[in-house]
Design a protein around this ligand. Sequence first.
Ligand code: WT7
Length: 670
Amino acid sequence: MSDSIESVLQENRRFPAPSAAAARMAKWLVPSMSDYKRLHARSISDPEGFWGEVAKELHWFKPWSKVLDWKVPDAKWFVGATTNVCYNCVDRQVEQGHGDMVAIVWEGEPIGSGGRPDIRRLTYNDLKRDVSKFANALKALGVKKGDIVTIYMGMVPEVAIAMLACARIGAAHSVIFGGFSTQAIVDRVLDAKSRTIITCDGAYRRGSVVPLKESVDAAVAQLAQAGHEVKNVIVHSRVGNQTAWHSGRDHSFKDLLLASSDQCPCEHMDSEDMLFLLYTSGSTGKPKGILHTTGGYMVHTYLTSKLTFNLIPDDNQLYWCTADVGWVTGHSYILYGILPNRVPTLMYEGAPNAPKEDRFWDMIARHKVTHFYTAPTAIRAFMKWGDEHPKKHDLSSLRVLGSVGEPINPEAWMWYHETIGSSRCPIVDTWWQTETGGHMITPLPGATTTKPGSCTLPFFGVDAAIVDESGNEQPHNTGGLLVVRKPWPGMLRGVYGDRERFIQTYFTRVPGMYFTGDGARRDADGYFWIMGRVDDVINVSGHRLGTMEVESALVSHDAVVEAAVVGMPHEIKGTGIAAFVTLAPGSEPASPADADKLKNALREHVSKEIGAIAKPDQIRFTPALPKTRSGKIMRRLLRAIASGDAKITQDTTTLEDYTVLAKLRESEEA
Ligand code: WT7
């Protein structure tokens, strides 16, 4: 289903930004291309003036003495200022008289016996009360400003309360996606030296229960063996799971709220104090803790939320981002960027096909969702499930559609545009990364003419370019490295505990510039077309994985001697995972049935080491891996084989096929 490179290159459809009336928006905040161009030029020539004005729309305890202090690779934004992100998300709305307005609409996955979904609405008053209580509870447990609190929860309102409470008292959070394994918790908790974990007894997912607390218990036990003590585990009871209770260490989320005062002043945070760590995969080693700070991240996510989605308070808007808060999209565009804009944000607990394939469309119709932000992998799944599902529901409330996480193929873009947006809603295809904190290249819905498959033009203040290895800008339609030449407020401030890796990964390949890891080209109109990662990172269903990470997981299995992992085209996931594995002597399967058994065992093993998203789609046993003379695995060749390249499509899953590899290797080396 994914379109070929050729068809993307030939893509010449154009969709001018609709009028505000056509899109059923009250107004466009950036209403034309000339406004975009004027503001973008200003933001690049005078970034300090531009961002200083934006920052004044938010609350600061103490103003900055300087907007930007930049010395590659270190940016300081709003130097000397103090603020609090939780204050700007919650208290400010209460103080301005909007305490009774809905901040978060939440819907649970299970549908009750009466056919009614479980819905909770939290006003800014509710949030202020519960966040303050939970913040006091954290303090009472000894959590202090500067500590790192680990959060491993499902999509429940309590995860938002926990994150905001950390921000309120100046503790950084490290949220771990609930689909990650015990081992992933151990690695992240250890790296962050975190002593408090907030979790749920379990999470509902597609009708079953994910036992989160059990994974935490196992992780804490492993951590103790490694000499790291987790002092507190706070458990929100969601599914009524009976789990082991460690008195003294374990605390009930609900009881903590009941026992705590609802008065908790917001800590005055320096603009450059840490707000959160978020672990993401890189091309080498274990996932790294991407470090984000307070002031710049807050201003960047606030402005991008406002302008990319055209958020306007008191305009009957209901914004829904379908991501999990375990990813940066959930941090920036479920909570931190949206709440300061005073538009209610919808949080959904579960899967898009629970109980049936029309769950999202049913929710859009029932809640009258106006803004919908999802991932291409989900869109491709919806297409496959069939048009009858969206067609059953009234989607006329929709005004703006968003896409994020990976390149969207033109076919999926067109389907989204026509079938979900009735050819009326602009699509914003937002390119950004965990490291960038917020949107970097994106259309503005009232201004930008869109082209299916292109994330279009840089956001304000973003100096993105396509360059060669020495930093020279490439001519139009010539592929190159995507870099950002100037600092932006939401940029990462480091890799936690690893200065060297920060510099090596982002500021070394193209000296003086931030290197994104993506390859891209720009067309004659200056539009960006992302071609994908150029490092050993693969993007599986919009989730980032390092090929090395999956390889180490495979090699840690007794039967495996060596493994090479590459991406391959996948109809739904965009990129799937192919693993080439050499087995230990004596582990070779005796029959095809044995081979299947072993492959399944290896998949389960990877799932245990990393999480289910890392399970290889394809495993091939091979007596050796093709290597260059210098011993480097020939990944390009493996990618060709995994993607079923025409020249080598014979059944490559059997052992004899190694001769094919060997022959290819000889020809490569000749
Ligand atoms: C990588 C970042 C952005 C939050 C979710 C993923 C790819 C992301 C797009 C897009 C083409 C995209 C890039 C990027 N990517 N958005 N709109 N078009 N590619 O964050 O896990 O940090 O991954 O996702 O390859 O480098 P992430």
